[in-house]
Design a protein around this ligand. Structure first.
Ligand code: SF4
Ligand code: SF4
Length: 427
């Protein structure tokens, strides 16, 4: 199982340079909504150093502090020493989970993520009953609670559920000519909530005459569990997915993922997670060469850009938000813009790289006040562009941005894959 944080990283070594630096503080998502040195990257590192050297007990106050990081990696991106603050906090959260346990509702959620059949059943039941408790906004795949609960305020927009999941709606093998073939990893939000993403991807592959293998046995990448410190779920799902990918990886050119968080988890975090299991780390390393974000693979390995250039230009204005797990973790930011700009007018928001404030399960539940506050500046910069559509290749960003823009917004959210698929329908 996982090592303690001190086995990965010697925090004490970096405390001194941090004191004289502070370069990460202006970009830190939590510091921008809770301006306290303790909740800043260097504050976290200082406490982590004290924890490492046995001077800090993991008490409730420390738990509260370590759980307030958004894991957005904005600090890592600007740090002259590339200190992996996010990675070390992820490790410490595992110690916190061991000491304090995990809240029952998160445990129940992670249990669903371990078993696709259970997930399918729960979401199906959810679909049947969702109209009793929620008002559905079908045009944006979202819903508002009919009642006011502490974490479920009536003005809060959540993703609505589909009658049938994406993976259960199509055959496993889709033949589009048989010359080339890719596998699709869709992710949970794309599978159960924002089905248009997978459908758009299938339409694009059909236009490109590339066969699709819908990897139906895929389990959640386990990012929600990783960010919450539930390493048992990560171990279970990561090993299952790696073995499953290995079983078909020779038959496909790539495994494409239209989701930044899932893709970063599969490609980068699995390798970090397995730092003390060398055999699995090596297997994660081998399989990661096959995994690509969807726009990344489509831009660099197909003629999609030329095909789009032959299609009509749409009058819609699109602004693109950079998901932290795409730009900061994987360097993907030009690819979606290159593809979208062939058919839409892009107007950049003032800072597309600022984190949307999603932050993970804890941030969306116990610490929702931080997520809500972090979403305000992002919604304001989107509004200032007067864009018809805000786009990002990430359904977690979609959930957060939809909620931050609120019920009255006329700007709608689309994954770049959906925009591209719509453009291909035009002559
Ligand atoms: S940018 Fe890096 S070295 Fe500088 S304060 Fe932040 S974490 Fe420390
Ligand atoms: S990961 Fe984000 S929220 Fe956490 S310390 Fe770094 S910049 Fe701040």
């Amino acid at each position: 199982m996982s090592k303690q944080a001190e086995d990965i990283f010697n925090f004490a070594e970096f405390t001194d340079p941090c004191v004289k630096c502070g370069k990460c503080i202006p970009v830190c998502t939590i510091h921008n909504v809770n301006a306290d040195e303790v909740t800043s990257p260097r504050g976290f590192l200082d406490l982590l150093g004290a924890y490492q050297s046995g001077k800090l007990e993991l008490d409730k106050n420390a738990k509260d502090i370590f759980e307030s990081c958004f894991l957005c990696t904005a600090c890592v991106e600007v740090c002259p020493k590339s200190l992996p603050t996010d990675m070390v906090i992820e490790q410490v959260r595992s110690d916190i989970a061991k000491k304090y346990g995990i809240a029952w509702y998160k445990k129940a959620f992670f249990l669903l993520l371990r078993h696709r059949w259970l997930n399918d059943l729960a979401f199906k039941l959810g679909w049947v009953f969702q109209t009793c408790g929620f008002k559905i906004k079908a045009d944006i795949d979202s819903m508002n609670s009919r009642f006011n609960f502490p974490m479920l305020k009536a003005d809060r927009l959540l993703p609505s559920l589909m009658k049938k999941s994406f993976l259960n709606s199509y055959p496993e093998d889709i033949n589009n000519g048989g010359k080339r073939k890719v596998a699709i990893f869709i992710g949970c939000l794309g599978n159960y909530n924002y089905k248009g993403v997978g459908e758009g991807l299938l339409e694009i592959l059909e236009h490109l005459e590339i066969d699709a293998f819908l990897a139906k046995q895929q389990k959640c990448c386990s990012a929600p569990a990783y960010f919450t410190g539930d390493f048992d779920t990560v171990d279970n799902n990561a090993k299952f997915n790696i073995e499953y990918f290995e079983s078909f990886s020779q038959d496909v050119e790539a495994i494409i993922v239209p989701e930044a968080t899932c893709s970063a988890m599969l490609k980068i975090d699995y390798e970090h997670y397995f730092h003390d299991q060398p055999e699995w780390q090596e297997r994660a390393r081998v399989i990661k060469d096959k995994i690509f974000m969807a726009t990344e693979w489509l831009q660099h390995h197909t003629h999609l850009e030329q095909l789009l250039a032959s299609k009509k230009k749409d009058t819609k204005i699109v602004t693109y938000h950079d998901p932290c797990h795409a730009k900061k973790m994987q360097g993907i930011h030009e690819e979606p813009r290159n593809l979208i700009s062939k058919n839409y007018n892009i107007v950049e928001m003032s800072d597309p790289n600022t984190c949307c404030g999603f932050g993970g399960v804890t941030m969306q539940s116990e610490k929702y006040h931080f997520a809500k506050a972090a979403g305000v500046p992002k919604a304001a910069m989107i509004k200032n562009t007067k864009a018809d559509v805000v786009s990002a290749e990430c359904s977690a960003c979609r959930m957060q941005i939809n909620n931050s823009m609120g019920n009255e917004s006329t700007t709608i959210f689309k994954n770049p894959i959906e925009l591209i698929a719509e453009a291909l329908k035009e002559n």
